[in-house]
Design a protein around this ligand. Structure first.
Ligand code: IVH
Length: 675
């Protein structure tokens, strides 16, 4: 049995080591050991503390979620008030801020002020109190003077050290910063909540604030929260650094996280350049920000400048244009896609948000529409962030006009009047009109002519739309009946382009079985599946007459895809289109696929696959090669005919090169198979 003294030493060493790795991981973002090793250290410490509860201390890394739920939040009076910031919404407002600063500091003309610049994080402001290096209290900002005691929740945030690192920190120090929910965590959290029927958060800011106000710390511990510290409040003893940037450097050294995007800049020009730089990076940052903050860097100058009412004269928030705005829903309509999927779209009172005027916003699908319960006349929050399509975030419930009615799923397609169905367990409702529906037709035709399908050069989306609206294209087969005069007579089309287009249409007639299959646009049959099917069955007749068990033999064809294929070929109008296409001269090479395949195109050839393929799985590639009579083996030898190298190929590539074996790219393999 180990002596208690030895165990105490081991516990102390483990805590020290775990704190070190916390610092590497959370503060420096540069872990030294894999997670599994970290978990092992944690488990060892937990084990020892379980056997020796008398050795547990509140600052032990194991003590994050220990606390019992509180009945209500206690209050905390901030010894130094937590102020807010004035805002600048334009370069002019930033300039007048800088002018006021320079005047008050009696700077000469042309003499610039040094600013500490940092992102304005979109979360919840908190205060953390450390005594003798140990976290003793966490509080919300509240009204700036009195906040709520959320120590039990703050402790659950892994980025918050329970004990400061190193030495030299003041005996009592209160630091301030922003708790936020990183976007990825927010997305994952909401995805999970949607699955389990839990409450969704509107945005990461609400998620952070809501999570901090849980009475039970176990709930907070499940929320992916993080923190950046951006200042100090009450400090016992001397200043912590002569400048703001130095203060943050010191906090970081003590294990407190600061924002990696913070910089020191010179004068108003430096501020503007920083603003532009961060605005450019904004969409790629892992957390939400709503602007940047500039703070006069020298603490002595901050003192000289002082405060006005509730905001310092030495700092300002330079805000980005809002990404969320309020507007009113004028109508809710349903758009129809290629596979007939109905997407509800809110038509909005135009509103300027995220830098553009938005008048439509997606509601994704009918479940989403009902979950958000958006109705015509509602005032809604519209969000447009970066290049993301605008979406309705939520409804302002108490602004709903009287009599606003719930929007139901239409029974008939708004474009073609065919019935709308919704399969069991599917979020998506679909129009059953198929190619009868103009909306589906347009999308299906665009797909048919596209590069990886029939590859009709010059047949663009606009032309498809034009011809459908003229009622000239009903099915893909109609493409092959277009005449030169007809085409030349279209808007924005000359003799020469009509000529070229006819030539590409003619050229597309000689195709491959797999391209043709892909072009048909059978639901869930992508390019790779089309290739597998073509390789496996060899000819249209064999595929058309295959029953579901036969289809299931093909790599990557599961029950859903098999039933889609079956359904497609049992629709007489689909068979009509195929027949017409063939009659117009669309042809491809057909093969009998014999059981042994000795006469397959790749008979006698041996392939080795290495690396990741992008357009198909390795199993699919293997199935294709085998279906054409080839062999796939695991190792390269002088007998290997080809090595197919995908992304990050292994040592097999090197071996192939050494032995002089032909190396193919994925595209080269594709063309061997499909030609
Ligand atoms: S400094 C006296 N720095 O913005 C200075 N605030 O209206 C007080 N905020 O409630 C704050 N990022 O939660 C500062 N880098 C940053 C910030 C920041 C976000 C929030 C903070 C405060 C509000 C100020």
């Amino acid at each position: 049995m180990a002596k208690a003294g030895d165990i105490g030493t081991r516990i102390a060493a483990l805590r020290e080591e775990i704190r070190h790795h916390n610092y590497r991981y959370h503060v420096l973002d540069d872990p030294e050991i894999p997670d599994i090793e970290y978990d092992r250290l944690m488990r060892e410490l937990q084990g020892l503390e379980e056997v020796h509860p008398e050795l547990v201390t509140p600052d032990s890394p194991t003590q994050r979620v220990g606390a019992e739920p509180v009945a209500a939040f206690g209050t905390v009076e901030h010894r130094v008030p937590m102020l807010s910031l004035d805002n600048a919404f334009s370069d002019e407002e930033l300039q007048s801020f800088d002018r006021r600063v320079r005047e008050k500091l009696e700077r000469e003309e042309g003499e610039v002020v040094e600013y500490a610049a940092e992102p304005k994080l979109d979360g919840a402001a908190v205060s953390l109190l450390y005594e003798a290096g140990v976290l003793v209290r966490g509080a919300t900002r509240g009204d700036g003077r009195i906040g709520e005691d959320i120590t039990h929740n703050i402790r659950t945030i892994d980025g918050v050290p329970l004990r400061l690192r190193g030495s030299g920190y003041p005996g009592v120090i209160e630091v301030r910063g922003e708790v936020f929910m990183p976007r990825e965590g927010f997305r994952a959290y909401n995805e999970e909540a949607a699955k389990t029927g839990g409450k969704l958060f509107v945005n990461p800011r609400n998620a952070a604030a809501g999570s901090l106000r849980q009475l039970d710390p176990k709930l907070t511990a499940q929320r992916p929260l993080d923190i950046y510290l951006y200042g100090v409040g009450y400090v016992e003893g001397d200043d912590v650094g002569a400048s703001h940037s130095e203060t943050l450097d010191r906090l970081q050294g003590w294990g407190l996280k600061t924002c990696p995007e913070r910089r020191v800049v010179s004068g108003v020009d430096g501020c503007k350049a920083y603003y532009d730089d961060i605005a450019g990076k904004r969409d790629g940052l892992p957390y939400d920000i709503d602007g940047v903050v500039y703070k006069v860097n020298r603490i002595s100058e901050q003192r000289e400048l002082g405060f006005v009412s509730r905001a310092p004269r030495w700092a300002i928030a330079h805000k980005f244009p809002a990404q969320e705005e309020l507007t009113v829903v004028r109508a809710i309509e349903f758009q129809v896609g290629r596979t007939g999927a109905l997407t509800p779209v809110a038509r909005l009172e135009p509103v300027f948000v995220g830098g553009v005027t938005v008048s439509n916003a997606t509601l994704h699908n009918i479940d989403e529409l009902h979950r958000k319960d958006v109705r015509v006349g509602d005032t809604v929050i519209v969000r447009r962030a970066g290049d993301v399509i605008p979406e309705v975030v939520g409804v302002i419930a108490d602004r709903r006009p009287k009599g606003a009615r719930k929007v139901g799923l239409p029974k008939k397609c708004p474009v073609c009047d065919s019935a709308v169905t919704r399969e069991e367990g599917e979020a998506v409702a679909r129009c059953t009109g198929g190619l009868v529906c103009a909306a589906q037709r347009i999308e299906a035709l665009k797909h048919f002519v596209s590069r990886r399908a029939m590859d009709i050069e010059g047949f663009g989306a606009k032309l498809v739309e034009q011809l459908v609206s003229l009622d000239r294209l009903h099915t893909p087969a109609d493409i092959y009946t277009l005449t030169r005069d007809e085409l030349a007579g279209l808007e924005r089309m000359g003799e020469k382009s009509a000529e070229n287009l006819l030539e590409s249409i003619e050229k597309s007639k000689s195709t491959t079985f797999s391209r043709f299959l892909f072009a048909l646009g059978v639901r869930d049959v992508g390019e790779a599946t089309a290739m597998s099917l073509a390789g496996h069955f060899g000819n249209l007749q064999a595929l058309q007459s295959a029953d579901e068990p036969a289809l299931l033999e093909v790599a990557d064809v599961g029950p859903v895809v098999a039933s889609r294929i079956k359904a497609f070929f049992s629709e007489s109008h689909n068979l009509d289109v195929i027949r017409e296409l063939q009659r117009s001269g669309v042809t491809w090479e057909e093969r009998e696929v014999a059981a042994s395949n000795t006469d397959g195109k790749l008979a006698g050839q041996t392939f080795v696959l290495t690396g990741t393929l992008s357009g198909m799985t390795r199993d699919q590639a293997k199935d294709l090669i085998v279906s054409m009579g080839g062999k796939v083996t695991g190792s390269v030898s002088a007998k290997t005919s080809y090595v197919v190298a995908g992304d990050k190929p292994g040592s097999k590539l090197k071996k192939a090169e050494d032995l002089g074996v032909t190396v193919l790219t994925e595209d080269e393999l594709r063309s061997i198979i499909s030609d």
